[in-house]
Ligand binder design. Structure first.
Ligand code: CTP
Length: 300
């Protein structure tokens, strides 16, 4: 399926419903986002010494309570986020539509590459690339993949697996106190030089969540959609790959099955909680307005 066919493909997909018309000049430029969310928004992507001085407090996202920044915690933080305005960004979603796309080189040509949920890199380099400037992970992987990092051996395995990523490894750790405790335990055993383990800033997520709520999008943003929103706030060009939250896709001749993830078969994940079809329809509208570029199908 050729890239430029995305518009006609989407009109044929009945799951994609137009939700609203998003006007480019109102909010989708970097300036528009900064005007609405504050000019400091780009510095809040993760917790730093600059944005979280000793004695300040940070809220948990899914439970009540505040985390007070102690001097020990403060010392463990990076000084500041060292990127602001970027020229070209790739945001890599995890859809199976990336398979056989040959987009790896294209993705890696960006100055900054966002990746979601610690998706494996090397075996998929041709289709998904290997550059990683910011890679998210949900601390639930400690339980799912690393036996709750209860033993030193599982912590070691976590640290070793994370060596494949460069730039920032961005943990959504402020969901609750016990999650943060686990992250702090992992950070204390984190001694690799390939990347910097950073903590997602709760105000940043909340700002973008509220931003989309004001536009009628009620459900929690998926990581990919959230990263695409962040990219709009700091990148001149935002390119999206691996965004196809549907079990079937079309080429010129027929339709074919698409797995939920490009790196594994996960049939039951299609009942996902984020309403990705709505997110996708928003992204398509932004694509049609020329604000983002969705790459679907083969990269030349
Ligand atoms: N995605 C997509 N189509 C899919 C799978 C994923 O468009 N078939 C996008 C979504 O924006 C998603 C991102 O790629 O957030 C990363 O995918 P995944 O790791 O599957 O995210 P989930 O675990 O489903 O959701 P979450 O956003 O909570 O991390």
């Amino acid at each position: 399926m050729a890239e430029e066919r995305i518009d006609s493909i989407n009109t044929r997909n009945t799951s994609v419903q137009a939700t609203a018309t998003y006007q480019r000049n109102i909010f989708t430029t970097r300036e528009g986002i900064h005007q609405e969310l504050g000019s400091n928004i780009t510095n809040l992507l993760f917790v730093t010494q600059e944005n979280s001085p000793i004695g300040s407090t940070l809220p948990f996202v899914y439970e009540k309570g505040l985390w007070k920044v102690s001097s020990k915690f403060y010392k463990s933080l990076p000084k500041k986020a060292t990127f602001d305005r970027l020229t070209r960004c790739s945001v890599v979603g995890n859809s199976g539509s990336l398979l056989h796309s040959n987009c790896g080189k294209h993705i890696d040509e960006a100055d900054f590459v966002y990746r979601c949920n610690a998706a494996p890199l090397k075996p998929f380099a041709a289709d998904a690339g290997t550059k990683s400037s910011l890679t998210s992970f949900n601390p639930s992987i400690f339980g799912k993949r690393y036996k709750g990092i209860a033993k030193q051996s599982s912590l070691k395995k976590f640290v070793s697996d994370m060596q494949q990523y460069h730039g920032y490894l961005w943990g959504a750790c402020f969901s609750g106190r016990s999650t943060l405790d686990l992250c702090m335990k992992a950070i204390s055993g984190y001694n690799i030089k390939e990347n910097v383990f950073v903590l997602a800033h709760p105000y940043h997520y909340k700002s973008f969540h509220d931003y989309w709520i004001r536009r009628g999008k009620k459900k929690l943003p998926s990581t990919g959609f959230y990263y695409a929103s962040d990219a709009l706030s700091r990148c001149n060009e935002t390119h999206l790959y691996g965004f196809w939250p549907f079990p079937r896709a079309f080429d010129d001749i027929s339709s074919y099955n698409v797995s939920y993830h490009y790196f594994e078969k996960l049939e039951n994940e299609w009942k996902e909680p984020h309403a990705m079809n709505i997110e996708f329809s928003i992204l398509v509208q932004l694509h049609l307005l020329g604000v983002v570029k969705i790459h679907n199908g083969k990269c030349e």
